[in-house]
Design a protein around this ligand. Structure first.
Ligand SMILES: NC(=O)c1ccc[n+]([C@@H]2O[C@H](COP(=O)([O-])OP(=O)(O)OC[C@H]3O[C@@H](n4cnc5c(N)ncnc54)[C@H](O)[C@@H]3O)[C@@H](O)[C@H]2O)c1
Length: 312
C-alpha cells in the first residue's frame, strides 16, 4: 500500500523478524521501521531502519511515531506461554501494558491501522476442543492465555469506543526455521526438525498424542498481511480471528519426518508444558476468517516437513 509507514515492535522475534522482511520486500525497506528491546544482526539491521525501544516506554514510542510519521503499528512484543508461567507478573506487565500503550498511542496519533496477535492460549480447559468455534467459552488458566483474552477485549473496546482500526489473529503454534522460537509450548514442533537434521533423534517434552493446531510460518505471515490489507468493511471480528491450517501431535510429526529420514528416532520426556498444552484446543474452526477476508492456508504437515528439512 503506497504511502504507508509501518512500525513493528518486537521485530526481532520468531514472527516479527520474518514479518519485517516480508513487509520490507513488499513496501520497501525504508517504510518498515523495525523496533525491539534488543538490537538485531544481519539483514534485519541492514535492510531498513531499526529503533531500540521498550514497548513499555510510551513516550519513546511516541517519539518514533513522530520521527517516521508512522501510519500503522504491529505490536509483536510479548512474553510467551512457557516463560510467562515462570515470570507471571512480568508477563502480565509486558503483555497488557505493552498492548495498552500501543492502543493508546494509535488512538492519540490517529494511526490508520494496528495489528496485535492473540493466540489459541486465549482458550482454556473448558473450551470445546474439537473445531473450537470463533465465539465460545474462554477460561484460560495460564497468565499468557489470560493476557491474550484480556487483550482481545481491549482491542474490541478500542474499536467500539474510538473506531480504532485494530485487527488481530489467534495464531496457532507457529513453525519456522529462520529465528529460534521464543519460549512457547509449541516450540517442540520447531526443535524436532533441527534435532532431526543435527542428531537424527529428538526427545519431546509433549506426549505423543498431544494434538495441537499449528501453522507454517509462510502461512502465518501471509494471513497477517492479508488481514491487514483487507478493506475495513470485511472485518467483522474486532476481538481476534480464529485461524487454522493443520492439527497434529508429536507422533505424527515423527512419522512425517520418517518419510524423508527413515532412521529418525523420537522419544519422550514430558515436562510442565504438557499441562499447558492440555488446556488448549486440538483443532480450530476458522470459517469466519475464510468467509470475511478469504483466508486459505497453503501448507499441510508433509509439505511443511519437506520444506523444514530442506532449510534447517
Ligand atoms: N510463535 C508462536 O507460536 C505464537 C503463537 C501464538 C501467538 N504468538 C504471538 O505472536 C507474537 C510474536 O511472537 P513470537 O513467537 O515472535 O515471540 P518471540 O518471543 O520470538 O519475540 C518477541 C519479541 O519481542 C521482543 N520484546 C520482548 N520484550 C520487549 C519489550 N519490553 N519491548 C520491546 N520488545 C520486546 C523480544 O526481544 C522478541 O524479539 C506474540 O504476541 C505472541 O504471543 C506467537
Amino acid at each position: 500500500m503506497p504511502g504507508e509507514t509501518i512500525l513493528i515492535i518486537g521485530a526481532c522475534g520468531q514472527i516479527g523478524a520474518e514479518l519485517t522482511m516480508f513487509l520490507r520486500h513488499q513496501y520497501g525497506g525504508s517504510n518498515i521501521i523495525a523496533a525491539d528491546i534488543k538490537a538485531p544482526g544481519g539483514e534485519l539491521l541492514e535492510s531498513g531502519p531499526f529503533e531500540e525501544i521498550n514497548v513499555l516506554d510510551q513516550a519513546g514510542i511516541a517519539g518514533i511515531i513522530d520521527k517516521y510519521k508512522v501510519t500503522q503499528i504491529y505490536n509483536m512484543a510479548a512474553m510467551l506461554s512457557a516463560t510467562g508461567e515462570r515470570f507471571p507478573h512480568k508477563a502480565w506487565e509486558l503483555n497488557m501494558e505493552g498492548l495498552i500503550n500501543t492502543l493508546e498511542l494509535a488512538r492519540e496519533k490517529n494511526i490508520r491501522k494496528m495489528y496485535w496477535p492473540s493466540s489459541i492460549a486465549a482458550f482454556g480447559p473448558t473450551t470445546p476442543k474439537v473445531d473450537t468455534p470463533q465465539i465460545t467459552i474462554m477460561e484460560p488458566n495460564t497468565i499468557y492465555g489470560i493476557s491474550k483474552q484480556a487483550g482481545e477485549r481491549w482491542c474490541e473496546w478500542y474499536h467500539q469506543k474510538f473506531g480504532l482500526d485494530v485487527r488481530s489473529l489467534r495464531y496457532p503454534g507457529i513453525i519456522s526455521y529462520k529465528t529460534q522460537p521464543g519460549g512457547g509450548t509449541t516450540d517442540y514442533a520447531v526443535d524436532i526438525y533441527f534435532k532431526a537434521k543435527a542428531q537424527g533423534a529428538y526427545t519431546c517434552f509433549l506426549a505423543h498424542d498431544m494434538m495441537l493446531p499449528m501453522m507454517y510460518m509462510p502461512d502465518a505471515i501471509r494471513a497477517t498481511v492479508e488481514l491487514m490489507e483487507a478493506s475495513a468493511d470485511k472485518i467483522s471480528v474486532r476481538s481476534s480471528y480464529n485461524l487454522a491450517a493443520m492439527s497434529f501431535n508429536p507422533a505424527m510429526v515423527g512419522e512425517s519426518i520418517r518419510k524423508y529420514m527413515p532412521d529418525f528416532k523420537l522419544d519422550y520426556e514430558i515436562d510442565f508444558r504438557q499441562k499447558i498444552a492440555e488446556t488448549w484446543p486440538g483443532s480450530i474452526d476458522d470459517h469466519q476468517a475464510r468467509q470475511d477476508w478469504g483466508w486459505k492456508h497453503a501448507y499441510d504437515l508433509d509439505a511443511m516437513t519437506k520444506d523444514m528439512l530442506d532449510h534447517v
